[in-house]
Design a protein around this ligand. Structure first.
Ligand SMILES: *Cc1c(COP(=O)(O)O)cnc(C)c1O
Length: 364
């Protein structure tokens, strides 16, 4: 061994392009963050109260299986609590799924503009990611199925998808599942399920219950609890057993468990967020969709704007930034360099965005 040898990471790790989070304003600035799909109405007051109450028990390890939270989720969503696993954000669970079901020589399939965490966790597990073309910024079932090879072990599907906001109907998701070998795991990431208004959409839970190779992953992050880091999955008894063997024994902190359980039961707050989002998502879409800008119809709590070219997108990004409205550039993470992703914020923020972009279009 030469003296300059050093620890070497596992194959694939150095091929990972690090995740790029949405930009935040400078500390103490008045800027409005519309770059990370956070709640514009804060958190459920009941969740905040539960989080505070947890401060009295900080010296005690949390209950390791998040039982209180699983019980609340089971009640509200009509599920078996034994088939739920909670995580430190859904990222925690997505990582565990990749670690448990992917290895060297395996492939995972995803649509090209699917969530940027999937390539990271696939490569971290030593497997390769297969990127599949989309049609109109929407996952295409036939193209996904055509990309499956004997090496395929996982299909990652964000539904609705981030950053595009597009979705697959229940019928299309079922057609995708029906075309997969039974040894391929279909991961349905329903991070934005609470915001969907399309009537032909369904969350993945029925398919999980009817089959053996589907898992549904959900999060509280887009519903007002991003800082608490709580995600959950619903899967087959076999998958739940596998994930529970590998996850950290206390992977969800106590304040997070209690806050998420309270948020789950606060269905009135969830409904209020959904209504606010639908109103302003419709409004910004109608106001800005034009000859100049295409607003891709969204089922999430954000919209993707497509400008004529990267320069126009950059100009809009800068103009918004100068007025304290921070949106997401999706060139760097997703290669959509003529696009911007804008989270649905307060009425004031939405009116600000629309006013600034319309003024730009007029002078362009
Ligand atoms: C935000 C997001 C997540 C991650 O959520 P966390 O629970 O905060 O880790 C997962 N999937 C998609 C598609 C997302 O947009």
């Amino acid at each position: 061994m030469s003296d300059d040898s050093a620890p070497i990471p596992q194959p694939g790790i150095l091929d990972i392009a690090p995740y790029l989070p949405g930009k935040s304003g400078a500390a103490g600035s008045n800027s409005v963050k519309l770059s990370a799909n956070e709640s514009p109405l804060g958190a459920s007051p009941k969740a905040v109260e539960a989080f505070r109450a947890a401060a009295e028990q900080l010296e005690i390890y949390p209950e390791g299986t998040s039982r209180l939270l699983r019980t609340a989720l089971a009640e509200v969503h009509g599920l078996d609590a034994d088939l739920i696993v909670c995580g430190n954000g859904s990222d925690d669970l997505l990582h565990l799924i990749a670690q448990c079901y992917l290895g060297a020589g395996d492939e995972a399939v995803m649509n090209r503009y699917g969530f940027s965490v999937y390539p990271i966790i696939t490569k971290a597990a030593g497997a390769s990611i297969v990127m599949v073309d989309e049609v109109d910024y929407t996952a295409d079932v036939d193209l996904l199925l055509a990309a499956v090879t004997p090496r395929t072990k996982i299909v990652w599907l964000a539904n609705p998808n981030n950053p595009t906001g597009t979705y697959l109907s229940d019928a299309e998701v079922r057609r995708l599942h029906a075309g997969l070998r039974p040894d391929i795991l279909l991961v349905i990431d329903n991070a934005y399920a609470e915001y969907v208004t399309a009537e032909d959409f369904a969350v993945g839970q029925a398919l999980v219950a009817e089959t053996k190779n589907v898992v549904m992953v959900r999060t509280f992050s887009k519903m007002g609890l991003a800082a608490a880091r709580i995600g959950w999955l619903f899967g087959s008894p076999e998958l739940v057993d596998v994930i529970n063997r590998v996850r950290g024994p206390f992977n969800v902190n106590l304040p997070g468990q209690l806050a998420a359980a309270a948020a789950t039961r606060d269905v009135e707050f969830t409904a209020r967020l959904k209504a606010h989002n639908a109103q302003w998502r419709d409004w910004i879409t109608e106001e800005l969709d034009s000859n100049h800008i295409h607003v891709v119809p969204s089922q999430g709590n954000f919209v993707m704007l497509l400008f004529p070219d990267a320069e126009h997108a950059r100009m809009a990004f800068t103009a918004l930034m100068e007025r304290g409205l921070i949106v997401r550039e999706i060139g760097p993470s997703y290669g959509i360099d003529h696009g911007l992703r804008i989270s649905i914020g307060s009425e004031q923020a939405m009116r600000g965005v629309v006013g600034i972009i319309k003024a730009l279009v007029k002078t362009a």
